[in-house]
Design a protein around this ligand. Structure first.
Ligand code: GLN
Length: 195
């Protein structure tokens, strides 16, 4: 018997949500876009995509989403990319702003300066299969990570792909590369969390 396809929601309040949903659908998940807090209850996992974290916070407040999302990220698999990583962090700087505190890191927003708004790097990571392309867009930098954090990839000395139990986060945009390995990793985390 084939295992059931995990239901993975992509938070679609703003930002780069469509490509994530397509990628997970291609990998065999049951992917859907999430616009209302009531949708979370039916999901096995959630993606918080890149975008602008301040705009996310405004939408989350307005839609009455914040509380339900807070419960979700502390109990089910969540994948945050870029702005999503900022929202998941324990601490946000440059400037400080509220966050869900599910990922034990301190992130600095827009940490690479204006002239480095967007950068594509290819580097070895701890994922098997050779170098990984990483697309950074007005990226945050993880300045501190607690001992609970598993670092899967780095840019210089800074972690850029991290895992803490059921939470996966990247400061780059894996959905903008053709390589499916980061999405596949999250799908594996989701599958192993299912009964
Ligand atoms: N600079 C954005 C922020 O601070 C994040 C950028 C992104 O998600 N690509 O929220």
């Amino acid at each position: 018997m084939t295992p059931p396809s995990p239901a993975i929601g992509v938070l679609a309040l703003q930002g780069a949500f469509e490509v994530h949903a397509r990628r997970f659908a291609e990998l065999g998940a049951d992917a859907c876009l999430v616009r209302k807090p009531g949708q979370l209850a039916a999901l096995d996992a959630l993606v918080i995509p890149g975008g602008e974290s301040t705009t996310f916070l405004k939408h989350l407040d307005r839609a009455g989403f914040y509380g339900v999302l807070n419960q979700f990220v502390h109990s089910k698999p969540v994948f945050g990319t870029c702005a999503g990583c900022i929202l998941l962090a324990r601490e946000v700087t440059n400037p400080p702003q509220p966050s869900l505190g599910a990922l034990d890191v301190s992130v600095e927003r827009n940490a690479y300066g204006r002239q480095n708004d967007s950068t594509i790097l290819t580097a070895e990571t701890s994922l098997p299969g050779g170098p990984l392309e990483m697309v950074f867009i007005r990226a945050p930098r993880i300045n501190r990570a607690s001992g609970k954090i598993e670092v899967l990839a780095k840019r210089g000395d800074s972690p850029v792909l991290v895992r803490q139990g059921h939470i996966l986060a990247s400061t780059f945009h894996p959905e903008l590369s053709q390589d499916p390995r980061v999405h596949q990793l999250f799908l594996n985390i989701v599958r192993s969390s299912m009964p």
